[in-house]
Design a protein around this ligand. Structure first.
Ligand code: ADP
Ligand code: MG
Length: 258
């Protein structure tokens, strides 16, 4: 087993994940470099969400490991447990990874301000007043200063997702994972969310984005990864993967989403 490298923000090494007989990830290896924007494409059921959940410790791989900034997240090989991190270590690492879900997952009973300030205050990263000050800055950055005291139900889907992105930024994560962040939105709201994600990307945060928005991938991604059947079929620059795919499965997928 090769040692994880510090020059990688996230390193996924030969990860296998299965549910009973359903082999969902069948040996996925991936390196996300600091400040890189990676877009993951692939048909439904190909294992994209599971991969993000493994990176964020929401699922444990049966085989393989993930490291964050050179630090191991969990080590297993051939089912054998080589090292297990404590719950505390896992929680500590999870605060360094932001996660944005398809369905926003805001706290419905909390205002926009409270949603964004909650994590840095609860984890003891910042005092409440500091957390709120940071939250106000981030809420303004996603263009929602006038909604600071609103509740999620008073916002459009696009606005809710922008709050979710501000909330992810509040922990100053080393990487943010976004799982189909615009899939639940009405078409006219997709653009505002993509433009916030672009702004975050330009700010240098490492991003891993699962999306079917090919235009976004072309414009923003440093690297595009195509998955199918629990495997990475190919990866490369947007021009390589989107304009000159090497594999038939990639071509078939692109012909459906383009
Ligand atoms: P994608 O995000 O690419 O659509 P997923 O990672 O969500 O794919 O799912 C890949 C496969 O894993 C699917 O066959 C799905 O049914 C299965 N799967 C995902 N999560 C679970 C789970 N918690 N229990 C059992 N099967 C699961
Ligand atoms: Mg998914």
């Amino acid at each position: 087993m090769t040692a994880p490298t510090r020059s990688a923000a996230v390193e996924v090494h030969d990860v296998h994940k299965w549910y009973g007989a359903n082999r969902v990830l069948r040996g996925v290896s991936l390196t996300v470099r600091p400040s890189e924007v990676m877009v993951i494409l692939g048909p439904s059921g190909s294992g994209k969400s599971t991969l993000l959940r493994v990176i964020n410790h929401l699922e444990k791989p049966e085989v393989g490991y993930v490291s964050l900034d050179g630090e191991l997240i969990g080590v297993r090989r051939q089912g054998e447990r080589l090292k297990e991190l404590s719950e505390r270590a896992i929680l500590g690492q999870r605060t360094r990874i932001g996660f944005v879900f398809q369905n926003f997952n805001l706290f419905p009973h909390m205002t926009v301000l409270a949603n964004v300030a909650a994590a840095p205050a609860a984890t003891g990263l910042l005092r409440k007043a500091e957390a709120e000050e940071l939250a106000r800055t981030l809420i303004a950055r996603v263009g929602l200063a006038d909604k600071t005291d609103a509740y999620p139900r008073q916002l459009s889907g696009g606005q809710q997702q922008r709050v979710a992105i501000a909330r992810a930024l509040a922990l100053r994560p080393e990487v943010i994972l976004l799982d189909e962040p615009t899939s639940a939105l009405d078409p006219e709201l997709v653009g505002e969310v993509l433009s916030v994600i672009k702004d975050v990307a330009r700010g240098g945060t490492t991003l891993v984005v699962v999306t079917h928005e090919i235009g976004f991938a072309r414009e923003v991604a440093d690297r595009v990864v195509f998955m199918d059947g629990g495997l990475i079929v190919e990866q490369g620059s947007p021009a390589e993967v989107l304009d000159n795919p090497r594999h038939q499965r990639t071509r078939e997928f692109l012909s459906k989403v383009l």
